[in-house]
Design a protein around this ligand. Structure first.
Ligand code: BJW
Length: 246
């Protein structure tokens, strides 16, 4: 059993606002590949070939095919104990905000009621020209075109160089600024503006802890690092807090 520092438990017991930022590491134990690291997607695929608007215009078949493959993979995955523990944590604190960079829906499937998706959803797709909803999985031939205008269909995710959804980012930044405790879980802390959220929380006086087997790029700026997988550390943390509510 992972040992959870008493300091974090005390901070969470006393907190009114708790904000959680999750990244790909939270879904790793469900079988969804992370982006960076030894087995990460970017080890075998260059992000500039697949995750930018320019890459899509240059080779839409490659990009559509890659996202169709990933959609199928994500659809076959189920929430893990880390997702489930976060859904329970939401019920234990007065004001809880879950912000995720993940494009899967595993938090919702685990029972989290309100999730702010900074980087969109891989299950959604729309026409890159007219903006109407469209189905990236329609038919077997590639590229997939919009039935309304003949434009190219793209996944509903945020690529490098694209703006994050304005209202969602604003809500996430407000939740970071208001937090008494922010937990940064399973993210490498290199992609902005998401990586700024723990730093915003810290600037506004929050206690900020990271849960990640590896130290992230921003770990040295946070108060506490728990070097463990989310699927082990989060259930242990929630067990401590649930003991108070029993
Ligand atoms: C475990 C674990 C376990 C393993 N338990 N942990 C400021 C400074 C510098 C650059 C910029 C800046 N502001 C904007 C930029 C440009 C750019 C950026 O950040 N670039 C940097 C990389 C240099 N940002 C953008 O372009 C963003 N747009 C934007 O800011 O618009 C305005 C603007 C544009 C241009 C210039 C200036 C302003 C958009 C970012 C979109 C990111 N999109 C992606 C792809 C989504 C679609 C898809 O799925 O294909 O989002 S990239 C990829 O990285 C994905 C992720 O959400 C994101 C973050 O990755 P994450 O979640 O941290 O995963 P990993 O793999 O990196 O890390 C996993 C971690 O888990 C590791 O640490 C493991 O140790 C850990 N782990 N197992 C717990 N069991």
């Amino acid at each position: 059993m992972i040992r959870i520092p008493e300091l974090l438990v005390e901070k969470l017991r006393a907190a009114t606002h708790v904000t959680v930022l999750t990244g790909a590491g939270v879904s790793a134990e469900s079988g969804v590949p992370t982006f960076r690291g030894e087995h990460g997607l970017w080890k075998s695929h260059r992000p500039e070939d697949l995750a930018t608007p320019l890459a899509f215009r240059r080779d839409p078949v490659l990009v559509q095919d890659w996202y169709r493959h990933r959609r199928a993979l994500v659809q076959a995955c189920a929430p893990n104990p880390g997702h489930q523990a976060l859904a329970r944590l939401e019920t234990l604190v007065p004001h809880f905000t879950l912000v995720t960079q993940n494009v899967d829906s595993l938090h919702e499937q685990a029972g989290s009621a309100h999730v702010l998706h900074l980087h969109g959803s891989i299950a959604q797709s729309y026409c890159a020209d007219c903006g109407k909803d469209a189905d990236l999985d329609a038919g077997t031939s590639l590229p997939v075109f919009c039935l309304a205008c003949g434009g190219l269909v793209r996944p509903g995710v945020v690529w490098f160089g694209e703006n994050l959804p304005h209202d969602t980012l604003e809500q996430a930044e407000n939740a970071a600024a208001q937090a008494d405790v922010l937990l940064s879980i399973g993210t490498s802390g290199v992609v902005y503006p998401a990586a700024a959220l723990p730093l915003i929380a810290r600037e506004h006086g929050a206690f900020v802890a990271e849960i990640n087997p590896e130290r992230s790029a921003i770990a040295h700026q946070l108060h506490l690092w728990i070097g463990a997988p989310a699927g082990e550390a989060l259930p242990a943390l929630v067990t401590h807090l649930e003991a108070d509510h029993a």
